[in-house]
Design a protein around this ligand. Structure first.
Ligand SMILES: [Zn+2]
Length: 414
């Protein structure tokens, strides 16, 4: 992997030095955070080792909402140059503040992440990479045809999209008379912002003819660039010089060992405007215990398996929607969209999975369809351990999404 580091020294820093750097930066962060109304009196002013972290209380999304608008601000407002506000699905707003120093550090991380996957200055990128020197075309979601034309007219080589949007765009290329594999210059895609499977990655790589890399970010921790895949495509390096990474049991809050699946908890280490300490991300993943062959020493996390609050309990069995996607996307006759419906009838849970299938199969014989349905049910039963009902539906008949996909309708809650 010679020559593929943006900043070799920090990316390959020995673990002991990294831990020392984290402790030093954590103490600086505690000093800054104590100036915010939220953290005042809640956190120690100094810790002598990183183990002390486990005695510091978590910060949650609810805390962020509760301290809206200024409760978490740690510096005078004059020093803030940007804020990101999100209304969230529940309607209560949260806000994240950035100083110039914060934006600089964030930009550096995004550049480091992209360079790692091979983005260079001759690339033409769809969103956010000026520091590498790549030409950047910011385009927010929506107006899909315009997105397609931007990519075509400016010969975009790199895109950053949600996996469901990449799949959603595909049939629209055909409507424009374009085959993205042959007629676009795309060579790299960053996929993120929602859970997806290895099967979906392979599908996107295949239809667009590019390399797709996992990316992880959340607005509370800046946004994109928190963790990114390296060319090994086996887990995302989480940049531990900027964040302290922990995994905890979602119910007990107990810190887990590397290799155990749990909810990720992150602490900012270089953010001045609004430091966040032990933030419960709600994202479920596993921290890999082994070193990556690429030489980077920052630990890797698995693909996000789901939200800790997405966990479904059906007939007493714990289940993440991702497990279902993994099974159905592995079946070639299955199209790019599906919907999970859960109902409770006479006190019994039932799960019905509506699956779009590819046009050729849909117009095939009744026997073929029955056979396919049985295959999906059997494969699902092996994975999720409960018997689902499966309905095969016409291609394009399920609601399509422009942003994060709605994959689960839990009618038990209505
Ligand atoms: Zn690596």
């Amino acid at each position: 992997m010679e020559g593929c580091y943006w900043d070799r020294e920090i990316e390959t820093i020995p673990r002991e030095d990294l831990l020392r750097l984290q402790l030093d930066r954590l103490n600086k962060t505690l000093q800054i955070a104590k100036h915010s109304p939220f953290y005042r009196g809640k956190i120690p002013e100094f810790v002598s080792d990183l183990d002390a972290l486990k005695d510091i209380p978590f910060t949650t999304k609810k805390d962020l909402r509760g301290s809206f608008p200024h409760g978490m601000l740690a510096v005078p407002l004059e020093r803030i140059i940007r804020l990101h506000s999100s209304s969230g699905t529940t309607g209560t707003a949260t806000v994240v503040y950035h100083t110039k120093h914060d934006i600089d550090n964030w930009t550096e991380l995004v550049a480091r992440s992209m360079y790692m996957t091979g983005v260079r200055k001759h690339d033409i990128f769809h969103y956010g990479s000026e520091r590498i020197g790549a030409l950047t075309i910011p385009a927010s979601s929506g107006n899909s045809k315009r997105q397609i034309r931007l990519m075509r007219d400016f010969h975009a080589t790199v895109i950053h999209v949600t996996p469901s949007y990449a799949l959603h765009l595909y049939p629209l290329f055909a409507e424009e008379g374009l085959n993205p594999r042959d007629q676009l210059q795309l060579r790299i895609a960053f996929l993120g912002a929602e859970p997806y499977t290895e099967e979906t990655r392979r599908r996107i790589e295949d239809i667009y003819g590019l390399d797709a890399y996992d990316s992880y970010g959340l607005s509370e921790m800046n946004g994109p660039g928190v963790a990114f895949e390296c060319p090994m495509k086996n887990g995302m390096h989480l940049w531990e010089d900027h964040y302290i990474l922990e995994a905890i049991h979602p119910k007990t809050g107990k810190m887990l060992r590397d290799g155990e699946e749990g909810e990720l908890v992150l602490t900012t280490l270089v953010r001045n405007g609004m430091p966040i300490i032990r933030y419960r991300t709600g994202d479920v993943a596993t921290i890999f215990p082994h070193k990556c062959p690429c030489g980077r020493t920052h630990r890797r996390i698995s693909r996000i398996k789901g939200r800790s609050d997405d966990m479904l309990i059906i007939k007493g069995v714990n289940l993440y929607p991702m497990q279902i996607e993994k099974v159905i996307m592995d079946i070639p006759e299955v199209g790019n969209n599906y919907l999970i419906e859960i109902e409770r009838v006479d006190y019994l849970d039932s799960i019905n999975i509506k699956v779009e299938i590819v046009p050729e199969t849909f117009h095939g014989s009744f026997d073929e369809l029955e056979h396919l349905k049985k295959k999906i049910v059997d494969n699902l039963k092996t994975e999720i351990l409960i018997q689902p009902k499966v309905t095969l539906v016409e291609p394009g008949s399920l609601p399509r999404s422009e942003g994060k996909a709605v994959r689960v309708v839990d009618k038990r809650k209505e």
